[in-house]
Design a protein around this ligand. Structure first.
Ligand code: BT5
Length: 260
């Protein structure tokens, strides 16, 4: 990958500026600094390797060179796009990846609420949306997307809190990272128009992993089991608890995994 070929490949899309680096700490960190300096909506930071890639709550995200996509898309939310918890924007990233894997490669990707894309029930992509505030005004959301394309991108088991895989393992053939990148950004640009519509929630629910299954939910303060019912109108995960009561989860620091 290099900057000229990336720009050519993405030239049909209404993106802001695009910056490519061979190695960075974290594309989200660079994109956040760039946002503070005024980078326009839909600017993209892309790196071949991350040495300090991060997940939620300070967890690490592994991005070795030559085998993954690590990108951050800078979103300048419009007046009607007030999503302080960035739940829908996290889903935008995950759905853009799931849609690209479906359209371009015919893969059946599922979205593990709130921020992962699964292939064959294994984590193949993680999304980290980070909001930038000035006082009470949301300035930008940095939508970080990490995709395991080839097998070297998949961390060893001892570094994982959930089984992981890569696109090439699911597809059974090599994948051109630039093709995948273009497909993800095409999907993202198209879906972005719908983020705050009912249709978006429907598209998200159609991709939701573990529907009807029992899952264990670990939050910061409690762990419980529930059966996945779907999403509510705000994109919260609806569960039926063992007691028979319904519960809706707001994203934040929550991990969901199937039982058994
Ligand atoms: C995530 O967090 O899954 C969000 C990952 C976001 C990464 C992108 S890459 C571009 C941008 N720049 C950044 O610095 N970050 C974003 P979470 O749900 O908290 O999952 C983190 C956990 O996933 C780790 O604790 C590991 O167990 C596991 N993990 C780390 N690297 C992985 C990989 N390459 N594939 C699958 N699982 C991984």
């Amino acid at each position: 990958m290099d900057q000229p070929s990336i720009k050519t490949k993405l030239s049909h899309l209404p993106l802001g500026d695009i910056r490519y680096f061979e190695s960075v700490g974290s594309t989200n960190t660079l994109a956040a600094a760039w946002a503070e300096r005024g980078a326009p909506d839909l600017s993209v930071v892309l790196a071949d390797e991350q040495t300090e890639g991060r997940g939620r709550s300070g967890r690490k995200w592994f991005t070795p060179p030559g085998s993954a996509l690590a990108l951050s898309v800078l979103l300048r939310p419009g007046a009607d796009e007030d999503d302080p918890q960035t739940t829908r924007l996290t889903a935008l990233g995950a759905l853009a990846v799931a849609g690209a894997l479906g359209d371009r490669y015919g893969l059946d990707a599922a979205v593990k609420w709130p921020n992962d894309v699964l292939l064959d029930r294994k984590k193949t992509c993680g999304v980290l949306a980070e909001a930038q505030w000035l006082g009470a005004v949301l300035q930008a959301v940095i939508l970080g997307i990490g995709i395991n394309v080839a097998s070297p991108a998949v961390p060893p088991d001892e570094l994982l809190n959930y089984p992981a895989s890569c696109v090439e393992a699911a597809l059974g053939e090599p994948v051109d990272r630039l093709d995948l990148l273009a497909a993800v950004l095409e999907n993202l640009v198209g879906l972005r128009e719908k983020v705050f519509t009912v249709e978006f929630i429907d598209l998200w629910e159609a991709r939701l992993a573990f529907k009807g299954e029992w899952v264990r939910v670990s939050g910061q303060t409690e762990t419980f089991e529930g059966q996945v019912l779907g999403l509510d109108a705000h994109g919260r995960l609806r569960l039926k608890l063992r007691s028979g009561a319904d519960k809706s989860l707001t994203a934040g620091e929550i991990n969901v995994r199937p039982l058994g």
